[in-house]
Structure formats: C-alpha cells, structure tokens
Ligand binder design. Sequence first.
Ligand SMILES: [Cu+2]
Length: 360
Amino acid sequence: MYTVSIDGLPLHIIELDQTPVVPYTVSSFMINVAQRVSFYVNLKEFNASYVPPDVPPTKSLYIRFKANPNMYPVDISSYIVPYATPHLPYPIFFNPLYLAILSLNSSNSLPTYPVNSAISGSSNPDLADQLDANILDARPFNQASNIVPNATHYINLVITFHPDSNNITRGYFNNVTYGSDVINVSNKSVSKHWITSEKMTPLLYQMATNPSALSILSPIMENNSSLPVLQSDGNLHYLVPYQAVVDILLENKDKGEHPFHLHGHSFWIISSSDNPQAEQLYSGAYIQRDVVSVPGSGWAKIRFLANNPGAWLFHCHIEWHFDAGLTLVFLAGPNELVAQGYKIPAQQKCFSNHTNDSPR
Ligand SMILES: [Cu+2]
C-alpha cells in the first residue's frame, strides 16, 4: 500500500476503480494493490509556502509514493537488498519513498528544495490526508443510476495467515486455504466425459454440464444472521443464487492490509474499520469499486448483486497472498448459466483426453 501526494498541490479525485466520483479534494491518499485512482491538479493552486524561503523558485515538484512498510515480508528498515552487497563496500538499504518529478516547464529540472524538506504530515495545510484506503467519503458522480439494492444473503469471511503442517505460510478464509488439490468441486457423480481425471474437472465444466449436482447446499439460516448464509463445499466454492444481493463481512485477523478483488462484478463498499460511519452516512448511495482494501486487524463490508452467472474468483490481489491460498470462488447462478445458453468454448475442451471430443 502506498500514500500518494504531490508537494504543495491539492489532489482532486475524480475516479475510483472506473467509478466516476464528484471531485473530492485531498492532500494525499492511500492506494492498495490493484486499486485505481484518477485525480487532476490545478497548478494555480500551488501553495508557494511549501518551498522553503531560502531556495530559488522551483520549476518542478516531487510526486511522492510512500510505501507502507507493513506490506513487505521483511523489516525493510534493516533489510539490505541482496543485489547491492556483492558490489559495494557499504550496505544499501531499501528506501520506501519512490519519487517522480512533475515539471512545471519544459526544462525537466530537479526541484530546488531538498526531498527531505517535506512538511511532515499534510503537504497542504488546508487539506486533510485521506486515511481511508477505500476513499468512501468520495461520492458517486452518477448518483441517479447508482441504485443500491437491499441485501438478501450474507457471508462472513475471517482472514488469517499462518504456517501449515509443512511450515509454509498460507492464507485462509474461515480456516480453509485454497489449493491446487481442490480446484474442482468434489462431485463424484459427474460424468467422466471429457475429463482427464476427477481432480482436473474444471468448475465451469461442471456448472455447464450438471449445474444442479454441484454438491453445495443452498443458503440456509444460521445463528446470528438475519439473512440466509452462503454455503460452500468445504473447499471455498460458494454457491450464490442468481440475482442474490450478498453482503460480505471481511474480518481481517492478520496485521497486514489486504486488497480483495472480485471477478465479473463490481461491488458496493458499505463501510470499513477505517470508516465505520459510512454505512449510515451514505445509506443507499455507497460507492462502487472492484477492489476493497481490508485494513490490518480491521474489517470491511461489501455488497454485490450476483447478476452475472459463472464461476468467479474473489481473492487478495497481492500476488503471493493469492498464491498462498487467500482465494475463493463464487459459483453464481449455475442453472441460469446453462439456461442462458453458455457453451464451453472449443479451445477449452482440451482439458479432455477423449479423442472423439477433440476441439478441432
Ligand atoms: Cu493479501
């Protein structure tokens, strides 16, 4: 995760994950892996007092991307980058501050003020830093078309990270980690037609051929929930009825912040532990994004409308977390997928070793 700012300039945010927002002005904002933020700057708004009085007028400004040290698997304040040590007589420490230059003319000169003269905290004393990584206080631009339905279903996902029996760190949803040995729905009755092995049965194949036999329960009422709760096969494949409106509560028991991405849909971010009052403040007008940053040791609540039948990944977008099993699959509207005429594309039939069903 990074904090983004430009020295002395307000940032007017106008888009979050392809959702246009009413211009929302901040001094800096946080962005996590896979999130997108568009903003504009107006050079007439440059705060001249930002540059120390004892330096010549500057023709450029620093753009700052400051990495949050928590996102690295090592303590970067004492970490010596491995490529540096064989060649240099002194250690090179990793610098979490990435700089770019905003040139105010065609000279491409460096700023006249030192990098470390940055005023601590806000680079613009009139504006607050945006400390909610999802920027929920920015409001959707197309309010009239942003109709947020009421939730009809619920799922609570508890996120943890810990070493498995082989001492390999894995990510878990509700104590289950996603792995290559569970890429298929465990369905013993599915036809072996086109399938190289039972383990290799692709989910979409099963959905498209035998959607009513996925061996996953329909949502049921559980204790402490006023809505039916999504059920899984025990291997993180959750059945989602077509047109269900699902509230997901992501409870992060890990200290790190995790950016979760849903395929095939956008979702509304209702609130998070960074901004718990957003649920009441923006009731019925939540912002739509496709990546939610779940604060470390915190939580986030999102809502999506399952109007796109298919098998859709929901996963942390930090690559090694994804790889470590912090992933699940929503099987949305299996019967509707088939009813809508889905056909397995010919080139995808090569999972098969059944010669009669050769793709060509
Ligand atoms: Cu993660």
